[in-house]
Design a protein. Structure first.
Length: 469
């Protein structure tokens, strides 16, 4: 059992802290968000992660997990300190390491000389030298060892991915330190790869950007299938049986999103440029992804004939099913584009509520509370009391309230000319589609996740468009 500090209590840090406590370590998890810490201290989690709430509550009760304000409080007296603070995309698309640097400067004075600083946040290859430089600027911290231990957690299955990983990667220049770090994972059955820091960091980027490449590839194949009258579902089945390809990450959709793939792809392209290498392949992957958002918008426009003033129902706002995370969600990218073309959006997502409007509106525009209309008025009347096609001179009145979060998937469809499915929540499969058709002005659906059954929907009178089908 070791004393472990975890800096950052987000999807990655919280999962890491809870799972290490579950493995028998004594874990102190720090954050800067006082409100978040207060909720975590009583086992109330702001994120949707299977098994994580129960694990946090169990480890809090066992006294193996605690939450503190500030990185220094978690690093003090800790033998191992995991860095799980954000590494967001900087304006030049590189990875912003300012949070990493701030956390390092805060903990350097309190680290034990025998401590090991373990970078779990995704950082470009070579960042560990930056970490060492910052740490070793502080007297007393020059002996602190640095290791890279990238995470391969998928949101929605993070606990399972932590305890049942395909592999554990440890980057460290000192083999003895690598052995100490690997001891933290005692009880986890997985191949252990010990390498240098830069290679460990590259493994993370290469893995994530390969996944992005696989997704853009299958989206491109799906688009070609549409032109060549092939069915991408059959194609992915035929491809997946090849063990060198596999079935995973071959589901075409609206494009990839989330807090990792888009930013990691951009960061590796940028790292390539800085190293004098033009990563044209990855630029292509990113371009295909952006084009996929536009392609879904085009499908909606085709189904509705025009978008200006037209009601569009949206099912799914999160970046994928199984999470409540709206960061870099393809659904929001597509909703923004539909709004830019004058559409009126009523959206439903089982994991989010009215807060989705905040994620949608660009930071510089704040909608005064009073003007954000409530979704539905409870009397079964759609929130869009106006006629279907809003005349242009009314445009100014609806400028701020053309996006609503509906209380249920049916209310979102009331009076809509098109329904677009953007997140693959399983619940959507089993809804009453004759009822949906009766609520809509015209039963047309753009199924951007190939989630629904085209034949069943066509029997209900829907004009059905999928992706690659
Ligand atoms: C983050 C990065 O986004 C990802 O690239 C990296 O691999 C791991 O850390 P995630 O856990 O999803 O992933 O981020 P997020 O959910 O935003 O959590 C970050 C947490 O760190 C937040 O709770 C934030 O309050 C906290 N934080 C941020 C600190 O504790 N200190 C800081 O200086 C900044
Ligand atoms: C990803 C990596 O999978 C994980 O290993 C890494 O640690 C963090 O980034 P995550 O961002 O949680 O995990 O989501 P993931 O399941 O990879 O999906 C990313 C995006 O790709 C989502 O928008 C998802 O909808 C999309 N996707 C995924 C597809 O469009 N098709 C697929 O077949 C798979």
């Amino acid at each position: 059992m070791s004393r472990v500090g975890v800096i950052g209590a987000g999807y990655v840090g919280l999962t890491t802290a809870a799972c290490l406590a579950h493995l028998g370590h004594d874990v102190v998890c720090a954050d800067v968000d006082v409100e978040k810490l207060a909720r975590l201290a009583v086992g109330d989690l702001p994120i949707l992660e299977q098994d994580l709430p129960e694990m946090v509550q169990t480890e809090l009760a066992r006294g193996r997990l605690s939450f503190v304000l500030g990185a220094a409080a978690a690093a003090r007296d800790s033998e191992f300190v995991f860095l799980c603070v954000p590494t967001p995309q900087a304006p030049d698309a590189s990875a912003d390491l300012s949070y990493v640097e701030a956390a390092l400067r805060e903990i350097a004075p309190v680290l034990q000389p025998t401590s090991v600083l373990i970078a779990k946040s995704t950082m470009p290859p070579g960042s560990s030298r930056f970490v060492q430089r910052v740490l070793h600027e502080h007297p007393g911290a020059e002996c602190v060892a640095v290791a890279s231990n990238p995470e391969f957690l998928r949101e929605g299955s993070a606990v399972n991915d932590f305890l049942n990983p395909d592999r554990i990667v440890i980057g460290c220049d000192d083999p003895a330190v690598a052995v100490r770090v690997s001891s933290l994972y005692k009880g986890v059955q997985a191949p252990l790869l010990v390498t240098d820091c830069a290679s460990a960091e590259m493994i993370k980027y290469a893995s994530n950007t390969f996944l992005a490449t696989k997704i853009s590839f299958i989206n491109a194949i799906a688009n070609l299938c549409e032109s060549l009258d092939a069915d991408v579902r059959a194609v992915t089945l035929g491809m997946g049986y090849d063990h060198r390809i596999g079935f995973d990450f071959l589901a075409p959709g609206p494009g990839y999103g989330g807090s990792c793939l888009p930013k990691d792809t951009a960061a590796l392209i940028r790292a390539g440029e800085a190293a004098g290498y033009d990563f044209s392949l990855l630029r292509g992957v990113s371009d295909v992804n952006d084009a996929q958002f536009a392609r879904i918008v085009e499908k909606v426009r085709t189904a509705a004939v025009r978008l200006d003033g037209v009601r569009v129902a949206v099912w799914g706002l999160t970046f994928k099913a199984g999470t409540n995370d709206l960061r870099d969600s393809p659904a929001l990218q597509i909703v923004r584009r539909l709004l830019d073309e004058g559409a009126l959006i009523a959206a439903y997502d089982p994991a989010t509520g009215p807060e989705a409007a905040d994620a949608l509106v660009p930071r510089e525009i704040v909608i005064p509370e009073a003007e954000v209309a409530l979704a539905g008025d409870g009397r079964g009347r759609s929130m869009f009391a106006a006629p279907d096609l809003i005349s242009i001179d009314d445009q100014s009145e609806i400028a701020v309230d053309r996006f609503f979060v509906a209380p249920d998937p049916y209310e979102a469809c009331r009076g809509a000319s098109v329904l677009v499915v953007l997140t693959e929540w399983d619940d959507f499969r089993w809804l009453d589609f004759p009822k949906v058709a009766s609520l809509m002005r015209s039963p047309a659906v753009v199924d951007a996740r190939n989630l629904l059954d085209p034949a069943a929907l066509r029997r209900c009178g829907f004009a059905y468009q999928g992706v690659g089908r």
